[in-house]
Design a protein around this ligand. Structure first.
Ligand SMILES: Nc1ncnc2c1ncn2[C@@H]1O[C@H](COP(=O)(O)OP(=O)(O)OP(=O)(O)O)[C@@H](O)[C@H]1O
Length: 263
């Protein structure tokens, strides 16, 4: 394993859930290194362990075997150190709080001084292009804007790592394109390390420096594809032969995993 600036490592990671129907091997022998500043997408069919892997990094699940480090710490230590922000598929904003109030909530809970809360909310709202919406309520915003607000909330502690579980899955394609562009811009501006779960080949190829292709039963890594695309990516890069070639490679990886799982 390469050791240049690893921010996240998983070695021989196993996670078996004990269920009434018997054991479910959600993750089996997962080995992965994510370096500082990487944008890593996890793609694979339903049940291949994408969400479980992200949840292990966030200490929301605990592995049954192997080791994981996040910023050189165990996931539990990393959680306490607020080493990452986590964005869920649904925006999950409290309807009785304004957008600013929602973004501020984790800072309030942690007892940040009022002036720092105000500064941080302002900064992260700028990062996701939501200036001017601080006093609106979630229902006054579109789905895409709500999801941007939930990203801002995850950025409130200014953690170096952002974990995102299918954040744009429920949005229509045009809004999704727009958010993908904004997320890349945010990533370039902040230098954060991003782990991103998606079902979309095109989204994975457009966003990532590394694409982790997974297969189910048991959940495992099938392929890790390092993107040759430049960091600067206008949306029309998706019309280039290089993009098509990479999408083809991901599709082939998915197909191989599917065939094995069905065998
Ligand atoms: N808490 C749990 N208890 C029992 N089994 C679970 C639990 N969480 C996940 N699983 C099982 O582990 C496997 C991996 O689930 P996971 O949600 O990580 O897959 P996924 O790739 O994210 O799927 P999807 O694309 O549908 O979100 C599945 O078989 C799932 O049913």
């Amino acid at each position: 394993m390469n050791t240049i600036n690893p921010i996240i490592t998983a070695q021989a990671l196993d996670l078996t859930f004990q269920t009434n129907d018997g054991p479910v091997h959600a993750l089996k022998d997962v080995n992965l290194q994510i370096d500082k500043g990487d944008f890593v997408s996890f793609i694979g069919p339903s049940g291949c362990g994408k969400t479980t892997f992200l949840r292990v990094l966030a200490a929301l699940e605990h592995p049954t075997g192997g080791t994981v480090t996040v910023n050189g710490m165990t996931p539990d230590q990393a959680r306490q150190a607020r080493a990452y922000g986590y964005v869920f598929q649904a925006a999950g904003l409290y309807p009785w709080r304004t957008i600013g109030g929602n973004i501020r909530l984790p800072l309030e809970i942690m007892g940040y001084p009022k002036s720092e809360q105000i500064d941080r909310v302002k900064k992260v709202m700028q990062l996701v292009d939501l200036e001017g919406f601080e006093h609106k309520y979630p229902w006054q915003l579109s789905g895409g804007m709500q999801q941007r607000a939930s990203i801002a909330r995850a950025l409130a502690f200014d953690a170096d790592i952002l974990l995102m579980d299918e954040p744009f899955g429920a949005l229509d394609e045009i809004v999704r394109d727009h958010l993908n562009e904004q997320l890349l811009a945010l990533w370039a501006r902040t230098g954060k390390t991003i782990g991103f779960v998606t079902h979309s080949i095109s989204e994975a190829v457009y966003l990532s420096t590394k694409i982790v292709v997974m297969s189910p039963r048991p959940g495992r890594i099938r392929d890790v594809i390092v993107s040759p695309l430049p960091k600067e990516r206008p949306l029309d890069i998706r019309d280039t032969p290089e993009f098509a070639q990479l999408a083809h490679q991901v599709r082939e990886g998915l197909r191989a995993g599917h065939d094995t799982a069905m065998a």
